[in-house]
Design a protein around this ligand. Structure first.
Ligand SMILES: Cc1cc2nc3c(=O)[nH]c(=O)nc-3n(C[C@H](O)[C@H](O)[C@H](O)COP(=O)(O)OP(=O)(O)OC[C@H]3O[C@@H](n4cnc5c(N)ncnc54)[C@H](O)[C@@H]3O)c2cc1C
Length: 442
């Protein structure tokens, strides 16, 4: 049997090789192969490492430049995507043995590591170690974060055998990307107020409504969808959890531009979209509990593990930045950096508690809101501090000749605002802690 992990090595591949090798020996025998995707500026490579870190196979595809001017390298995102899929497929085929996959969620994305051969999750600590090591080496997140981080664990737990057999393997290999159709214009924090309807029709349902903020919708082959199947029931009842084919007729996707300038998420319009009954996950009208588990994975395991390492890297980089800007002796700056370091350590301990819970076979639970809330303010404070250290240069963004570190802190500062919104706002996390952990009245 061959176990395989998929990581997105990004630009850090050269740096990551010894790390990948070390990983192999640390977490054996769970891992036999690691598939690293290196999305370079002119080509895509998929590299299959064996457990000792030796390269087993390299698949490579050149990319066509759209703007071939000097200094510009721009590619068609669809072409990049196709090349990633094709190179992955070639490298996996090169394994030449039956492949049991272990999905290692990254970033926003760890924990969910499943062994396809047994259908059981492998120990969460394996994923945590892998995640920790990859992030320490500044390796980018694996692709398909929502599939691997949110949808996979739900299918493993609540899916039928047919659903597991059909969806999990291409999800892990990133042949099929997934997105999450939960939020609506009138239902974000109050998700149970969602109005998208799924009406029974023959051997299935017809879905109509609008979703919004759907990350990676434009790249996705499948979605998890929460829709109302019985409006006569109280709002938390009467919801059903579906798998939706994103290539179905009646789906319109309109990308939205974010503060950071990218178009990671979209509006998704559903106009009489047919969904077969076999795509129901769990039971009809009982989707709410499954949705809560999905959100707990998103908050507690989805990004907490990778963020712990990313914030530690941020603190280390802040020390360097403070020295370079001549601010390292400033007592206020020193206090703030030390506070950041202590809080990252606290976050690591909170994540250890989540891992213990997972090891015992428990769900992440409402405690995941503690980690999410803690991280959201930590990341915002650290990136605010970076801009303060830059002084007047803080106003210069990427592309400006005099921008510090090519505007990387400015971009990260803008992105850090996401922490208090995505996956449930900070106010909502505080409500969950008050009501479900402290038992305070609603
Ligand atoms: C980068 C990003 C990616 C996302 N990706 C996805 C995705 O892939 N799929 C998906 O389904 N959704 C996604 N979302 C949506 C996200 O889950 C929602 O934005 C979030 O739940 C908040 O909902 P809302 O935007 O409707 O804000 P609202 O619910 O309208 O909240 C507005 C304000 O009111 C406050 N508020 C609301 N209710 C309460 C209350 N009871 N007590 C106190 N304060 C309250 C909120 O804290 C907030 O400040 C994404 C969001 C972001 C930013």
């Amino acid at each position: 049997m061959v176990n395989l992990a998929l990581v997105n090595a990004g630009a850090g591949l050269a740096r990551s090789r010894p790390i990948l090798g070390r990983l192999g020996t640390r977490i054996m025998p769970s891992l036999d192969y690691i598939l690293a995707i290196d999305q370079g500026t002119t080509s895509t490579r998929a590299i299959l490492f064996d457990a000792a870190g030796a390269i087993h196979h390299i698949a490579r595809r050149e990319l066509r430049q759209i703007y071939p001017q000097p200094g510009w390298v721009e590619h068609d995102p669809e072409e990049i995507w196709q090349s990633v899929v094709a190179t992955c497929r070639e490298a996996i085929t090169a394994a030449k043995r039956p492949v049991a996959a272990i999905g290692i969620t990254n970033q926003r994305e760890t924990t969910v590591v499943w062994d396809r051969a047994t259908g059981k999750p492998v120990p969460g600590y394996v994923a945590a170690i892998v995640d920790d090591e990859l992030k320490r080496a500044k390796i980018q997140r694996p692709i398909n974060p929502i599939g691997i981080g949110h949808c996979g664990p739900i299918l493993v737990k609540h899916g039928t055998d047919e659903q597991k057999n059909r969806y999990i393997m291409p999800m892990l290999s990133a042949d099929e990307i997934w997105c999450q159709l939960f939020s609506e214009p009138g239902a974000g924090s109050d998700l149970a107020a969602l109005r998208t309807r799924a009406e029974p029709d023959g051997d299935g349902f017809v879905v109509s409504g609008q979703k919004v903020w759907t990350s990676y919708a434009q790249f996705s082959r499948w979605a998890i969808l929460l829709a109302r199947t019985d409006p006569s029931l109280p709002k938390h009842r009467g919801l059903t959890y579906f798998i939706l084919d994103m290539e179905s007729p009646g789906i319109t996707i309109r990308p939205l531009r974010q503060l950071t300038g990218s178009t990671e998420f979209s509006e998704v319009f559903l106009d009489a979209v047919r969904v077969p009954r076999a795509h129901v996950v769990g039971a009809v009208n009982q989707g709410w509990e499954i949705a809560l588990t999905t959100l707990a994975h998103e908050r507690g395991t989805g990004f907490a593990f990778k963020e712990q390492v990313l914030q530690r890297i941020a603190v280390e980089d802040l020390v360097r930045l403070a020295r370079e800007r001549g601010r390292a002796a400033d007592p206020v700056v020193r206090q703030e950096i030390a506070r950041g370091w202590i809080e990252v350590e606290l976050m690591r301990l909170m994540n250890c508690r989540t891992l213990t819970r997972l090891e015992r076979g428990e769900e992440p639970g409402p405690e995941s809101s503690l980690v999410k809330l803690f991280w959201a303010s930590l990341t915002q404070r650290l990136h605010q501090l970076a801009l303060e250290l830059e002084g007047p240069y803080a106003t210069l963004v990427a592309g400006s000749r005099r921008a510090v570190e090519d505007g990387r802190w400015q971009q990260a500062f803008l992105w850090s605002r996401v922490g208090a919104i995505a996956g449930g706002t900070s106010e909502v996390q505080a409500n969950i802690i008050a009501q479900r952990i402290l038992g305070l009245p609603r």
